[in-house]
Design a binder for this molecule. Structure first.
Ligand code: PMV
Length: 387
C-alpha cells in the first residue's frame, strides 16, 4: 500500500465570536496554516503514533488492541461518539500518564477511538505508523485540534477503503467530506467536550462558513484574503471569557443586546462583501472590510473580552494604516490584520519586525484555502516535513 498523506487547515473567526453564543451569526474561514498527517503500513506488528508538536510518541501491538477492545466497534458509515464505557477502556489502553497534560492524553485517546472505529472496522487490525505535524500554532484558538481530528478521520477512512483515494486536486466528494466531518466532530468531542462544530467544518470543507444556532452553511464564493495573524502568546480560557461576556450581558441586557445585534449585522455585511469580492475585488470592498474590523473590535471591547496586548496590536496596526481585530475568545490569544493587495511589501516587513521586538509571534497567511486534501507521495516539501 502506498503511504497516505493528508492535510487540513486551521480556522480564523472573522466576525461573530461571542455573539454566536447568543444565537447570532458568525463567519469563520479556513487558514492557510495546516496540519499534515503521514500514514504508513508498518512491517512490524505495531500501531505507532508520533505527535512531535506535543512530544507524544506511543506504540501498541496489534494483539493488545485485539485483546482489549471488542471489535468492530461500529459501522464506519454511521458516525457515532465514544461511550463513557469505551472511553474508560481507551484511557487504560492509552496508558495515560498522571503527569501528562489533558491535551496530550486526549490526543492519544482521540487517535485510539478513530483507529478502532475506522481502521479496525472489519475485524482486521492493521499495523501502521502515523505521524502528525502541525505548522499552525497549537492552543491559540486557531482550530489545530479540529484539523488533527479531520486528518485522522480522512486518513483512516481512506486506509479502510470506506472513502476513495482522490486523484488530481486531492479533493474528496461532497458525500465523502460529510462523512469525514462527522467523524472529525466526534474526535473533537473527545478533545473539547462540547464543540460547536465550526472548527471541524471549516477544516473539512475549507473556504468560509456561516454559523448560527448550530447550523453551518458553507459560503460558496470566497475571495482569498491575505492576513497577518499575530499571537499575543497570552493563554486564555474560552470558558472564562464566555462567562465574562455573559456577566456583562446579564447586568445590562438592554445595552448589550444591541451590541450583539450590531455584531450580527457585521457578519451579514461581511458575507455580502465576500461574495461580491469573489467575483471582482475592489478597493471599496476592502475598505468596508476594514470598517467592519474596526467596529467589531470596539464591540468586543464592550463585551469585556479585550486585553491590553490585543489593544497594542490594534494600535501598532493603526500606525501603519492597517486594521486589526481579535479573533476567537479574546482575552489574549490572536488578532488578525487585513493586508490589502496594494499594501507595500515593506510595510508588512516593518510591522512584522515591530511585532518581533514586542515578542509577538506572527504569520503572514491567507484565508479561504482548501479544506482536507490528500497529497501525493512525491512532494519534496512534505518529505522534508516528515523526515
Ligand atoms: O478562541 P476559540 O476558537 O475558542 O473561539 C471561541 C468562540 C466563542 O464565540 C467565544 C465561543 C463559542 O463557543 O463560540
Amino acid at each position: 500500500m502506498e503511504d497516505i498523506t493528508v492535510s487540513a487547515p486551521g480556522k480564523v473567526i472573522l466576525h461573530g465570536e461571542h455573539a454566536v453564543v447568543y444565537g447570532k451569526v458568525a463567519i469563520a474561514a479556513s487558514l492557510n496554516l495546516r496540519t499534515y498527517l503521514l500514514l504508513r503500513r508498518s512491517a512490524d506488528n505495531n500501531i505507532s503514533l508520533d505527535l512531535p508538536n506535543i512530544t507524544i510518541k506511543r506504540s501498541w501491538t496489534t494483539d493488545r488492541i485485539k485483546s482489549q477492545v471488542s471489535l468492530p466497534l461500529c459501522d464506519p458509515n454511521k458516525p457515532v461518539g465514544v461511550s463513557e464505557e469505551l472511553l474508560t477502556l481507551l484511557k487504560d489502553v492509552a496508558g495515560v500518564h498522571q503527569n501528562e497534560s489533558d491535551t496530550k492524553q486526549l490526543a492519544v485517546i482521540t487517535f485510539l477511538y478513530l483507529y478502532c472505529a475506522l481502521a479496525a472496522h472489519n475485524g482486521t487490525v492493521p499495523a501502521i505508523d502515523l505521524k502528525v505535524v502541525s505548522i499552525q500554532p497549537v492552543s491559540a484558538g486557531l482550530g489545530s485540534s479540529a484539523s488533527y481530528s479531520v486528518c485522522l478521520a480522512a486518513s483512516l477512512l481512506q486506509l479502510s477503503g470506506i472513502i476513495s483515494t482522490p486523484s488530481g486536486d486531492g479533493q474528496w466528494s461532497e458525500e465523502e467530506r460529510v462523512l469525514i466531518n462527522s467523524w472529525a466532530f466526534f474526535g473533537e468531542k473527545i478533545l473539547h467536550g462540547n464543540p460547536s462544530g465550526i472548527d471541524n467544518s471549516v477544516s473539512t470543507f475549507g473556504g468560509a462558513i456561516k454559523f448560527k444556532s448550530g447550523k453551518i452553511t458553507p459560503l460558496r464564493r470566497v475571495p482569498k484574503l491575505h492576513i497577518l495573524l499575530v499571537n499575543t502568546g497570552i493563554p486564555r480560557s474560552t470558558k472564562v471569557l464566555v462567562a465574562r461576556c455573559r456577566a456583562r450581558y446579564e447586568k445590562h441586557p438592554d445595552i448589550i443586546e444591541p451590541v450583539l445585534n450590531s455584531i450580527e449585522a457585521i457578519s451579514h455585511r461581511c458575507e455580502e462583501v465576500l461574495a461580491k469580492m469573489a467575483d471582482s475585488p475592489s478597493n471599496d470592498q476592502y475598505e468596508i472590510l476594514e470598517d467592519l474590523i474596526d467596529i467589531n473590535q470596539c464591540h468586543l471591547g464592550a463585551l469585556q473580552v479585550n486585553h491590553p496586548a490585543l489593544e497594542e496590536i490594534v494600535r501598532t496596526a493603526a500606525k501603519y494604516n492597517l486594521h486589526a481585530k481579535l479573533t476567537g475568545a479574546g482575552g489574549g490569544g490572536c488578532a488578525f490584520i487585513l493586508i490589502k493587495p496594494d499594501i507595500p511589501l515593506k510595510t508588512v516587513t516593518d510591522i512584522k519586525s515591530e511585532f518581533a521586538t514586542m515578542k509577538f509571534q506572527c504569520w503572514e497567511t491567507s484565508v479561504g484555502s482548501p479544506g482536507v486534501t490528500a497529497h501525493c507521495g512525491n512532494d519534496d516539501e512534505l518529505n522534508r516535513l516528515f523526515s
